[in-house]
Design a protein around this ligand. Structure first.
Ligand SMILES: *Cc1c(COP(=O)(O)O)cnc(C)c1O
Length: 392
């Protein structure tokens, strides 16, 4: 968007301005939803030269570009691509840099469907995966082989919330010519500047905080200068397309991403601190808590926290966990997160690990804090903890 003064602005202002050109939009505040496959050319010469701004729906549209332009300012990379879901962003990013005979280092605390991708499709394509301890840091160097083409990080870890030393891992990977791919869904590009910390390809499930309303699925991938050509090539070859209505919803989410995250960070921390002080709770896994083992790294590298965290309860039965969660009035029981509503799920993350141990003594639940009144959420949780203690 044209800036009359040439001044640069803070990220919250970019969220409002990004991807909008009101002159192009006939004065309307928001970009239009442009649907379409065929793009017409005035002459054969124009058609065959492919010189028009748009050539075919799959190759880009004004709606698509309004979101990629806005995200590019936020990510600070060289190219942004959109995919129909967060998981397809993982697949697309990995297939941008990996081929038959290559080796991938994957963090043991990754999102479970990412693990499934590695163990099934990537294996069938001749790509070998080695899982590594999320706390490995610079020692990842010992696991890098000549054929290692990518190191995948996710910080904090899905479900278990370990903070990784991304700059140290990136330093070791780059020294051996491997790409660093990151799942940055938890922090979003607003709270973790992935490229500034050495990440080459940073992806998010925009389904979560970007969408923010539990009404769409979308994925985003940002590449730095070195990996932009690889991302463009893989994304184009696979024919990936996202419908303009979903892009429009993501753009609408983008405008309020900053205020939602600021509110959810505060509300999430209040709930996390309250839970941490309760006798029914063994520990809270939230890197912004001073007691969290990842706190120092989080403070060094992140600009803030989102509102998703883990809770280990004091030992109790499955029936007690069910009594706690089933009776909650304000927390929905469901997958995904990042919307305006609070959520809770029970989980067992130790089961699928192969490179690191994760064996809490009590049951674990994941909490997402939405936009409700914090006092109401605390009262709901307090009643739940009472049910937990009184159920055998
Ligand atoms: C939800 C999620 C994904 C996948 O996103 P979908 O849009 O559901 O495919 C990927 N990574 C993380 C960390 C997630 O939480």
């Amino acid at each position: 968007m044209a800036r009359k003064s040439g001044r640069s602005y803070g990220p919250m202002t970019y969220l409002v301005l990004g991807g909008r050109d009101v002159v192009d939009q006939h004065g309307f505040v928001n970009p239009p939803i442009v649907r379409g496959s065929t793009v017409l050319s005035p002459t054969v010469a124009d058609l065959t030269s492919g010189s028009g701004r748009y050539t075919y729906g799959r190759r880009g549209s004004p709606t698509y570009e309004s979101l990629t332009e806005a995200l590019q300012e936020l990510e600070g990379g060289a190219h942004v691509a959109l995919t129909p879901s967060g998981l397809s962003a993982v697949t697309t990013a990995l297939l941008s840099v990996l081929g038959s005979g290559d080796h991938l280092l994957m963090v043991d605390s990754t999102y479970q469907p990412t693990r499934h991708l590695c163990d099934t499709l990537l294996r069938r394509l001749g790509i070998e995966t080695t899982y590594y301890d999320p706390l490995i840091g610079a020692q990842i160097a010992d696991l890098i082989r000549p054929e290692t083409k990518a190191v995948f990080v996710e910080s904090p870890g899905s479900l278990t919330f370990e903070i990784q030393d991304v700059p140290a891992i990136a330093g070791a990977a780059h020294a051996r010519g491997a790409a660093v791919v990151m799942d940055n869904t938890w922090a979003t590009p607003l709270l973790f500047k992935a490229h500034d910390h050495g990440v080459d390809l940073s992806l998010t499930a925009g389904t979560k905080y970007l969408g923010g309303h539990a009404d769409l699925l979308i994925g985003t991938i940002s590449a730095n200068e070195s990996y932009a050509p690889a991302l463009k090539a893989a994304h184009g070859a696979m024919g990936i397309h996202v419908g303009p209505e979903d892009i429009f919803l993501a753009l609408r989410g983008l405008r309020t991403l900053g205020v939602r995250l600021a509110h959810q960070q505060e509300a999430g921390l209040r709930v996390a601190r309250w839970l941490n002080s309760r006798p029914e709770v063994a520990r809270v896994m939230h890197p912004a808590l001073e007691t969290d083992p990842g706190h120092a790294l989080w403070k060094r590298d992140f600009e803030g926290a989102s509102s998703l965290f883990g809770v280990e309860l004091a030992p109790g039965s499955r029936a007690a966990v069910a009594a706690f969660l089933d009776g909650l009035e304000l927390f929905g029981l469901g997958y995904s997160w990042g919307g305006f509503e609070s959520l809770a799920i029970p989980y067992d993350a130790g089961r699928i690990r192969t490179a690191s141990r994760w064996a809490p003594e009590g049951p674990t639940i994941r909490i997402h804090i939405g936009l409700e009144e914090v006092e109401d959420l605390l009262a709901d949780l307090e009643a739940g903890l009472a049910r937990y203690t009184s159920t055998a």
